[in-house]
Design a protein around this ligand. Structure first.
Ligand code: SF4
Length: 726
């Protein structure tokens, strides 16, 4: 932003004695910012800067990216493999050979005694795409467990499910450039300035050139809501009702794009019949948005030459998450807003490589958006890997959120966790603790030895972090970008790719399959397997990606510079080539406030931290801004309970309790409280996490609590205070 100035002045950076800059891509959120890390004459990473000619961030970085080079030497990193027999024994250092032998022999023992699926693998959205592909080959083609999933079930599963139901395939249709063309932006459950600051900055840049309306739907007055033209403070968990009502008005008033509906969609009769029931009055009594506002928003959206919807966890983390995504797609299909500049359904992804795992990890199927349920897909991959296609299951196994209950019931006996921290990230952590204690064998593979879940492991494998290795991430807008190896892995830690390859050699079937040694070799397999498919990588190379600062798939040959938008021809991935309009009856099944637990509990991200703070909790400058868990509470509600600003309060749900510092603010309604989700032993002690029936994603944002004053001598309050003296 130039704030009215005409010219950009060059920014003067402190001289850190940089001798060399190395290109890489940010490893936190899914925005996909290109970063250069500065190395001093000793080869130490001393600073980070945004890459000026990268289209995503155009020289900018957010707070997290600015300090990202500090990760290489941050506290708590694992330096050597650790092994113990019982989870309450002291860990003993082990050689890599011994640690990997122990893991493979435990996998074999459990599978022989209890069946192949008794050993589960849960991975992440944080490692490189080449590593995801290799892990998929190991899990599906060698170990052969069907209980293999990623922690992306906690963040993007509803988007994936919704895209598949509407369009026949996963894959966000739009891109950031749509901000430059849209005439109306609807943001549902997305606090863009805090969650994705650089995407927000792209939006602000577009708004400086040309004003268009911003409508934010969120129960809380978020930073985004504060700058919006309209803020719709919706009742938690009722987005589907609002979306049905918008469609109702558009169809009633004849504002739909009937030619687009007729040519490119199926199911319009059933859909129209259903939305007929959601007139603005009926909808207003459920979702809390008044009739006139519903009509105004529907007209504004439908009459815009191009309109787009973005969303994040406010939609996805709900018992209606998948339906919410389908509702957004329905809205954009009936207004002809898919596949055109400024017209899109654009999910804003969470983790840096949540897209990479969706595309290539084989968690929900087989690589390259192939399905286990499809015989030809099973055959193609089995032939390519050189194994019998009968080795593959014929449908996907358990989602992450069903794997933990399967441990409770004794169906799963062993687990391998890769760069994920369920002891902080999963709902109802007291239940997760008991679950982990029940496992015969747990291996944790993570860059940080002090990650909370490691307390329950039998083997710890120290992984290299971010740019200690090389490979690709795919961002929110399908842009594949490159992480160059900037520094060597710390001590004895190893790239995840190396760990997977070494593990493969310990299994008979693994010795028969080719596992390329480096990321380039793996990338070449992905290029071959994607040729002619929707997510075609065949025109990309690592060098070309770096040169272009990221390439959006599909990219079909060496001259192809990538594809900003999908479905521009109106052809979708369902067998009939059409998108589906899907009726969405609303079922009110959330936990809701009552007399005993009178407040809605909402949770979300703060700009300084990422996920469970495994990384950002080690960065001094980020902790200075956001050192402890807190709760936003409305001053009137607090007064009634005798709770003061800056005091401590105990939150109690049917699952457990948590102590937080109170921040009074009018941003939050009197019947709601908000707590950031990043902190251990905090908000997820309270959450219930009912699951979406399609995506199995938990409803993190709809739970009920009561609030009581707490003593500042309480252990958690004392700990909280100590953290603030950072
Ligand atoms: S916006 Fe996301 S990708 Fe960009 S620097 Fe910040 S954390 Fe990294």
């Amino acid at each position: 932003m130039l704030f009215g100035r005409k010219n950009k002045n060059p920014i003067k950076l402190v001289d850190h004695g940089v001798k060399e800059w190395k290109y890489t891509t940010c490893g936190y959120c899914s925005t996909g910012c290109s970063i250069e890390v500065g190395l001093n004459e000793k080869g130490e990473a001393v600073t980070s800067r945004g890459v000026d000619n990268a289209d995503v961030n155009r020289g900018k970085l957010c707070l997290k990216g600015i300090f990202e080079h500090e990760l290489f030497r941050s506290d708590g990193r694992g330096q050597v493999p650790l092994v113990r027999d019982k989870r309450y024994d002291e860990f003993k250092p082990a050689s890599w050979d011994d640690a990997l032998d122990k893991v493979s022999s435990e996998i074999n023992r459990i599978q022989q005694q209890h069946g192949r699926d008794a050993f589960a693998i849960v991975s992440t959205g944080q490692i490189m795409t080449e590593e995801f592909y290799t892990l998929g080959k190991l899990a599906r083609g060698v170990i052969g467990t069907n209980n293999y999933d990623g922690n992306t079930t906690l963040c993007m599963a509803s988007a994936v499910s919704g895209y598949k139901r509407s369009f026949g395939s996963d894959g966000p249709p739009g891109c950031y450039d749509d901000f430059e063309h849209t005439e109306c932006l609807l943001a549902i459950g997305s606090n863009l300035p805090e969650q994705h600051p650089i995407i927000f900055w792209r939006l602000r840049q577009a708004l400086e050139k040309r004003k268009f309306p911003i409508i934010v739907v969120d129960p809380r007055v978020t930073m985004f809501a504060q700058m919006a033209d309209m803020h719709l403070a919706i009742k938690p968990g009722t987005d589907v009702v609002l979306l049905n009502a918008l469609a109702h008005v558009i169809l009633k008033e004849g504002l739909q794009d009937q030619a687009y509906i007729d040519a490119h969609t199926s199911g319009q009769d059933d859909f129209m019949q259903l939305v007929e029931q959601y007139d603005p009055y009926t909808a207003s009594t459920i979702c809390g948005i008044d009739e006139d506002t519903i009509r105004n928003v529907a007209r504004l959206y439908a009459k815009a030459g191009a309109a787009m919807t973005i969303w994040t966890m406010g939609i996805n983390q709900s018992t209606h998450g998948s339906d919410g995504v389908v509702g957004i797609n329905n809205l954009n299909l009936i207004t002809g807003n898919i596949g055109k500049p400024g017209g899109s359904s654009l999910s804003i992804t969470g983790q840096c490589n949540a897209m990479g795992t969706r595309e290539w990890s084989s968690c929900s199927g087989l690589p390259g958006y192939r399905a286990l349920e499809n015989e030809q897909d099973r055959k193609d991959i089995a032939d390519y890997w050189g194994i019998d296609s009968e080795f593959f299951p014929k449908k996907r196994g358990l989602f992450q959120t069903d794997i933990f209950p399967a441990i409770e019931t004794g169906q799963i006996k062993g687990m391998w966790l890769i760069a994920t921290n369920p002891m902080t990230s999963m709902p109802n952590t007291a239940r997760i603790r008991k679950t982990l204690e029940k496992l015969d064998f747990l291996v944790v593979q993570d860059a940080y030895e002090d990650v909370e879940t490691n307390e329950y492991s039998h083997v710890y494998l120290p992984a290299a972090i971010w740019a200690e290795k090389e490979g690709c991430f795919t961002n929110t807008e399908r842009r594949v970008n490159l992480i160059r190896n900037v520094v060597k892995p710390l001590a004895e830690s190893k790239p995840d790719l190396w760990i997977f390859n070494q593990m493969a050699t310990r299994f008979e079937q693994g010795r028969k399959i080719k596992f390329p040694e480096n990321a380039k070799g793996v990338f070449n397999e992905m290029r071959e397997l994607s040729k002619g498919r929707m997510l075609d990588y065949s025109g990309m190379t690592h060098e070309k990606i770096e040169q272009q600062r990221g390439i959006q798939w599909p990219c079909t040959d060496e001259k192809d510079e990538g594809t900003p938008r999908l479905y521009t021809d109106g052809k979708f991935q369902h067998a009939d080539g059409k998108a589906k309009l899907i009726p969405l009856p609303f079922v009110d099944n959330n936990e809701k406030p009552d007399e005993e637990y009178p407040f809605w509990l909402n949770s979300g991200r703060v700009v300084e931290h990422f996920h469970t703070r495994t990384r950002t909790g080690k960065i001094g400058n980020l902790n200075k801004f956001s050192p402890t868990p807190y709760m936003e509470m409305n001053p009137d509600a607090a007064k009634e309970l005798g709770i003061e600003h800056g005091s401590y309060a105990r939150l109690i749900s049917q699952r457990g309790d948590a102590i937080v510092m109170v921040q009074l603010t009018q941003r939050i309604a009197p019947n709601m409280v908000f707590v950031p989700f990043h902190f251990h032993e905090c908000v997820n002690r309270l959450t219930l996490g009912l699951l979406d029936p399609h995506s199995r994603q938990p409803a993190f944002k709809q739970a009920a609590v009561r609030v009581e004053p707490a003593s500042n001598q309480d252990v958690a309050a004392v700990r909280n205070k100590a953290a603030r003296t950072y």
